[in-house]
Ligand binder design. Structure first.
Ligand SMILES: Nc1ncnc2c1ncn2[C@@H]1O[C@H](COP(=O)(O)OP(=O)(O)O)[C@@H](O)[C@H]1O
Ligand SMILES: [Mg+2]
Length: 432
């Protein structure tokens, strides 16, 4: 059996691990023990997965056929390069290739140089006066640090800024801290995720997914790591075929541009898109699966993930087959999340009841002590329902949520007809 080593320990990695373990011998390197990944693995090791020397020390004297590093900061730290140097096939991007995620100015410059469609009007500057006049000219903006911030760095007019002056102030503070800042026009529309396997030249698309970043029902409240997501086959209900075609072309063109710049993008290209009045725009690329989106697509995959990964490492990726079923993922999070999460609280998992629901449960930021599972300050469990119809998938995820008890909550509106209908209508009014 093929020996595969996975680096990472979130629910996203649990979803990947579950697929890999179907036909490969799984090993895991984790920063904290994820009880579910540990259970799926033949052996696992705990170390700082953002430290190349630490990961190299774990690998020493061991042999693997295939490696996959997953979280953004792990990729930015060059862990794929460590795996490669150890002499295995690698299906995750090098530090150089994952720059499309960890350097937002790199991505915008690449798109400009290779005339890739979908970029918003933008400017990268280190000059506070230039930043101020640019923001004044645009009016409504998104102000972005260039590097990784765990989803906490980008601020947008209307959501975070009540006035252009506040945007200017934030831009200036980023220039002071980082030396430069990315300023973009504010885009208005519905966001969606399109992920693709990529071998450096060829891509294989996955079904599109819509995530819900806001903490509270009806997409209100502060931003989170993502409260849940749904997919409905080859299209989302508010998308047209031409939207996916445009997004597909942007993904393809970006992979080719990275190649022309001299580094192959082997891994998961995650495109975050927004459908606007003026067509598809690209918010950003990530160099990894989304979390929660990985849980939607992995539960639909009908080909062997380890075979796909090997074909990516070899540069002979073909199509990947997905079911066109509907999926709904709801994240169970600690009470008080994201602002005041109840951490270190025990939860009860009714596994027999869970099994009856048919849902898949993915362990996120929880830990195990003395046979009990405890919360941390981050998201706890991804509950994934899959069915032919949205209504059934949503109900499966909802029932599954009731099988884990403790100081937890979730957004029960995710995947409901009502919420999705509001997105369809909003999109319709934006397009007209
Ligand atoms: N130009 C923009 N216009 C409107 N909203 C934006 C824009 N850029 C980003 N956003 C919002 O901010 C979120 C985070 O931005 P993103 O570039 O994806 O950074 P990160 O995920 O690294 O924090 C996006 O999901 C989107 O909701
Ligand atoms: Mg993003």
């Amino acid at each position: 059996m093929m020996k595969v080593v996975l680096v990472g320990n979130g629910a996203r990695e649990h979803a990947v691990a579950a697929e890999l373990a179907k036909d490969a011998e799984l090993y895991a390197i984790m920063s904290k023990k994820n009880p579910a990944i540990a259970h799926l693995s033949k052996e696992y090791w705990i170390c700082n997965i953002e430290n190349p020397d630490a990961v190299a020390a774990v690998l020493k004297g061991k042999q693997f056929d295939l490696g996959f590093a997953s979280p953004d900061a792990t990729l930015a730290a060059g862990i794929s390069d460590v795996l490669e140097a150890h002499g295995m096939n690698v299906a995750s991007p090098s530090k150089a290739a994952s720059r499309i995620e960890w350097d937002k100015s790199f991505l915008r410059n690449l798109a400009e140089k290779y005339h890739i469609a979908g970029a918003p009007i933008h400017k990268v500057t280190g000059d506070p006066d230039e930043a101020a006049s640019y923001i004044t000219d645009l009016g409504e903006v998104a102000v972005k640090p260039l590097g990784l911030t765990g989803g906490k760095g980008v601020k947008v007019s209307g959501d975070h800024f009540a006035s252009p002056e506040q945007a200017v102030e934030y831009a200036k503070s980023l220039i002071k801290k980082d030396g430069s800042v990315l300023i973009e026009e504010k885009l208005i529309g519905e966001e969606f995720t399109l992920q693709a396997f990529c071998d450096g030249s060829n891509i294989a698309l996955m079904p599109p997914v819509q995530d819900h970043k806001r903490a509270y029902p009806d997409d209100k409240g502060p931003n989170t790591g993502g409260m849940g997501s749904y997919s409905t086959g080859i299209l989302l209900p508010f998308l047209k075929d031409s939207d996916i075609e445009q997004a597909n072309k942007i993904i393809r063109d970006t992979a080719h541009a990275v190649k022309k710049e001299g580094s192959l993008f082997r891994g998961i290209l995650y495109g975050q898109f927004i459908v606007t009045k003026k067509g598809i725009k690209l918010i950003e690329f990530n160099a990894r699966f989304g979390d929660p989106e990985a849980m939607n697509v992995m539960s639909l995959l009908e080909d062997s993930l380890s075979n796909i990964f090997i074909s990516m490492a070899d540069g002979r990726l073909k199509k990947a087959k997905f079911s066109d079923d509907t999926t709904v993922v709801k994240y169970l999070v600690p009470e008080g999340y994201p602002e005041n999460p109840q951490k270190d609280k025990p939860v009860n998992i009714d596994n027999a009841a869970l099994e009856k629901t048919g849902a898949k449960v993915y362990y996120a930021a929880v830990y195990e002590t003395g046979n009990r599972i405890y919360t941390t300050s981050s998201r706890s469990f991804g509950m994934a329902g899959r069915a032919r119809t949205l209504e059934e998938a949503e109900q499966i995820a909802e029932k599954a949520c009731s099988c884990i008890t403790g100081p937890l909550w979730h957004r029960s509106d995710i995947g409901t007809r009502k919420l999705i209908q509001s997105k369809i209508e909003r999109m319709k009014s934006i397009r007209d």
